[in-house]
Ligand binder design. Structure first.
Ligand code: SER
Length: 879
């Protein structure tokens, strides 16, 4: 038997042998298209290559692409479980030519693979062509030798392919396989074509045009080829079964679902088992890519898929979560081809289990209400929209789940009534906003939130994405365009830019489009709407344009490191200082991080070193950083750290890092909407650089990570090395040398001061010169250069002792030219002369304020050291 895994490699090997580059599947959340909810065909990742915007080093490619068709133009959600060949998730095998070969070689390659490599009998194959495509008709006759009875011309509905409302498109030719008479159905174009006998297995699109938003079509630079073959359908053909759900892969998934629910895989519950098996794939692949269930956008489609599967599990009698148990079987089947399933396995299973828990809590009550409301209804009845809305609003029943639950009884739902109830609720919410009396700008943002809904944030997974401009603002007012050199705000439907929140600064970067370029200087978030603050550098931005948004990668990487390090420091602080350490605020920027927390005294050097060591030990563990979506209460019960007093929604992101110490989710577990590193090792290094007080009982630490931390370390080492150079010592001796120098300096200062005093009293001799006699009183007057005011008193005492009886005046002139004056009167002369009066006279000459003291000793100072001799003269004069 050719297994799905064999077929995948057989297909891609065939095309690589024929000169095609094997290209890996692109993500399900398209990075290069603002109009698509999910990647829905193999050509999506090549969209810009077809139109010529993007150049690749090859002109032929082949891929196995994961696809989801559960929203937007191609939506198969409601059909799953009811047909043999519809899936929400499937893999598309394809070959592509970008202006290389066209129709003839495409047909040739396809026909050879099917009939020669895979040996499918020609009689079982039929093809369709676009109604006017005579060329394709002729080629099929020539290459495959098919007669006109085996080639059906069909209209645009089935034979003109386009990806979405815009994008590359063209006429196509489809290959059908006949599963045989035992299956009901007819060939394409016949009244029985919807049966399962003739199944389309391969679509060859002759890409020639690009559909524009305004309805016009441009020709592609060169005709190209895009083919798509659902692997599940061709596997059914190759495995001799007619139903996709009977192929090896689905047998295994359905078998696992059957044993988990304890039902017979072939019995009555088969339809529900198919739904579960199909939905298990789409949910797992989406979660592996970081999409989490929510009430908006892609997250909501995921939630609908998950809840539909969960309801089918309960139809099979499950009263406990079971679907998460099937993830391991899926990983076994598909993990080899899609390693993201393997690496995300635990995460996927847990996200599913949590959503199951949430939904099961309300499912029973909701179903009871639905049963009560519809108990008197018969086939053909319509459930009113208000009831369906209440089930949605209160019990989390997506509309399609209610429809699905009633479908088998032939009851439908009044959808306009449901939409009206939804609109009424929004209007009510709006009224309560305007009642809140916010500022004028708030009104603008409330209005935009209401009109456009929240911006979808793609930045956990990608730093580049295409988006559509939904609104433009200038000076707080909505405008239709922003011209070159203008500054304003751009609002888009989806963005990789993080809007400032939770202490993390907004992203900056750039946006560009056809003839357009702008710098994104900052990103803010208002009521769920992301505001990109831009300055336009080229072209004119207009509402409705597609643009590509590119986050500044280096800056974002630093922000990620700093944010993750903040979590590590938080936990480390608790360990070192105690459980009272509660977060009071934080600031995460590209340059540094700041973390404020409750603690009543300064953190000591040693505590800080310990905190830093602990945080760096977790960095070195280099374990993956894991994000889960949980109910708030559940998250808090699991020990996740939350900001006290913060208002959280019903569901929160929980970020865990480091090896769990107990049976918790991780070493550090916090409620957080920020962006983080992939593995703790990405942080590189955490270095605390400051600790301070920010208020009563609140301390702040600041830290650096990665390159910034390393640079700071290097700078410090360079300073020590230069110091060592100056000190002519090794780096480790610097401290010792400085202490020794300080000691030496102290000793020198002392010696110098002693020498100066001696000098003041007579050039170093023990005895000073004889005093002059004024008015019968001995007077000693000295000017001493370089003498500090503090040394005056000591010198005065010494001089008094030496001269015995005298009036002494000493003027010390400091190095910066200021003067200190001391006047002393020996005991025997008190009454004849007053030190206070004399010092005043001298101080005036020095430009001082007068000074003061006692009759035997007074001191003064003044700015004019140069007037020292005049001061002495004034004292002599007074004597
Ligand atoms: N794009 C086409 C399809 O999805 C062929 O790959 O059918």
């Amino acid at each position: 038997m050719t297994s799905v895994n064999d077929l995948r490699s057989s297909f891609t090997n065939y095309f690589t042998r024929n000169g095609h580059e094997a290209v890996a599947s692109s993500p399900l959340v398209p990075r290069n298209d603002p109009t698509l909810m999910f990647t829905n065909a193999g050509m999506v990742q090549f969209k810009n290559t077809f139109t010529g915007i993007e150049k690749r080093p090859y002109s032929r490619a082949t891929s196995a692409q994961k696809c989801v068709r559960a929203g937007g133009k191609h939506n198969d959600l409601d059909n799953v479980g009811f047909t043999a060949r519809h899936h929400t998730f499937f893999e598309m095998l394809g070959n592509f030519s970008f202006g290389d070969y066209f129709k003839e070689e495409a047909i040739e390659l396809a026909w050879t693979l099917l009939t020669k490599e895979w040996d499918l009998p020609k009689e079982k194959l039929m093809v369709t062509v676009y109604q006017d495509d005579d060329e394709a008709m002729a080629l099929w006759k020539k290459i495959a030798g098919l007669g006109e009875d085996r080639i059906v011309r069909l209209g645009a509905k089935s034979n003109f392919w386009q990806m979405g409302d815009t994008g590359p498109c063209g006429p196509c030719s489809e290959i059908f396989y006949d599963h045989g008479e035992h299956v009901w159905g007819g060939p394409p174009g016949s009244p029985e074509e919807d049966g399962d006998r003739w199944i389309e297995i391969w679509n060859l699109v002759f890409m020639q045009y690009e559909q524009q938003g305004d309805g016009s079509r441009d020709s592609l630079p060169r005709p190209s080829i895009d083919t798509g073959m659902g692997i599940e359908r061709i596997a059914a053909v190759m495995q001799g079964v007619h139903d996709n759900y009977d192929i090896d892969l689905f047998k295994s998934l359905i078998g696992a679902a059957a044993s988990a629910t304890g039902v017979d895989p072939k019995g009555e519950g088969n339809r529900s088992l198919r739904v579960i098996a199909d939905h298990l794939r789409s949910m797992s692949f989406l979660i592996a890519e970081g999409v989490l269930p929510s009430n908006e956008g892609r997250g909501y489609v995921l939630r609908r898929i998950m809840r539909r599967a969960m309801r089918h599990a309960t139809l099979l009698g499950a009263s406990e979560p079971v679907i998460h148990k099937l993830v391991s079987t899926l990983v076994r089947e598909m993990g080899q081809a899609y390693p993201e399933l393997r690496s995300g396995e635990a995460m996927i299973a847990e996200t599913v289990r949590l959503e199951e828990g949430r939904f099961l809590k309300t499912l029973g009550r909701g179903l009871q209400i639905l049963a009560d409301e519809t108990k008197d209804m018969n086939e053909g009845a319509v459930l009113d929209g208000g009831s369906a809305f209440k089930l949605y609003d209160t019990y989390g029943f997506p509309l399609d789940l209610t429809q699905d639950a009633l479908r088998l009884r032939g009851i439908t739902v009044d959808q306009p009534g449901f939409d009206a109830a939804m609109a009424a609720q929004k209007a009510e919410a709006r009224a309560s906003w305007s009642g809140a009396g916010g500022a004028a700008t708030d009104t603008v943002w409330f209005g935009l939130a209401d009109k456009l809904g929240p911006t979808e944030f793609l930045g956990y997974e990608t730093e580049t994405a295409e988006a559509e401009i939904k609104a433009l603002l200038k000076d707080g007012v909505e405008v239709a365009a922003l011209a070159a050199d203008e500054e304003g705000i751009v609002v888009v439907n989806q963005t990789p830019f993080y809007g400032e929140s939770g202490g993390q600064v907004g992203d900056s970067g750039a946006l560009h489009g056809d003839g357009l370029a702008a710098d994104v200087q900052d990103t803010q978030k208002f009521h769920g709407v992301f505001a990109h603050m831009v300055k336009v550098s080229e072209g004119t931005l207009k509402v409705g344009q597609p643009i590509t948004l590119v986050v500044d990668h280096t800056r974002r990487s630093s922000i990620r490191s700093n944010h993750s390090a903040t979590h590590l420091l938080h936990e480390a602080l608790r360990i070192v200082l105690g459980d009272h350490v509660a977060q009071k605020g934080s600031m995460v920027s590209p340059d540094r991080l700041r973390f404020d927390f409750v603690h009543t005294k300064p953190v000591t050097e040693q505590e800080m070193a310990e905190v830093e060591d602990i945080a760096n030990a977790i960095v070195l563990q280099n374990t993956p950083v894991e994000t889960r979506l949980m109910g708030v209460d559940e998250a808090k019960e699991s020990g996740a750290r939350a900001l006290f007093g913060e208002k959280y929604g019903d569901e929160v992101r929980v970020v865990a890092m480091g090896e769990p110490t107990g049976n918790g989710l991780g070493w550090s577990v916090e409620l957080c909407g920020g962006t983080h590193v992939r593995r703790t090792g990405d942080i590189g290094l955490v270095s605390i650089v400051a600790e301070s007080a920010v208020g009563a009982g609140v301390r702040r630490i600041e830290a650096l990570t990665g390159t910034a931390a390393r640079h700071r370390g290097n700078t410090n080492v360079a300073i020590v090395n230069s110091a060592a150079g100056l000190l002519r010592s090794g780096g480790h001796e610097v401290l010792e040398r400085i202490a020794a120098l300080q000691e030496q300096l102290k000793r020198s200062e002392k010696a110098l001061s002693d020498a100066k005093q001696k000098l003041a009293m007579g050039g170093g001799s023990e005895k000073t010169e004889g005093p002059e006699i004024i008015n019968g009183i001995a007077f000693v007057g000295r000017v001493v250069e370089g003498l500090q005011p503090k040394d005056l008193r000591g010198l005065m005492d010494q001089t008094k002792k030496q001269v015995g009886s005298a009036v002494i005046a000493i003027v010390g002139v400091t190095d910066d030219g200021k003067a200190g004056l001391a006047v002393g009167v020996t005991e025997d002369l008190i009454g004849k002369a007053s030190a206070v009066d004399l010092v005043r006279a001298g101080s005036a000459a020095l430009g001082g304020q007068g000074g003061g003291g006692r009759p035997d000793m007074a001191q003064a100072g003044g700015p004019n050291g140069s007037k020292a001799e005049e001061a002495l003269a004034a004292i002599r004069a007074l004597l």
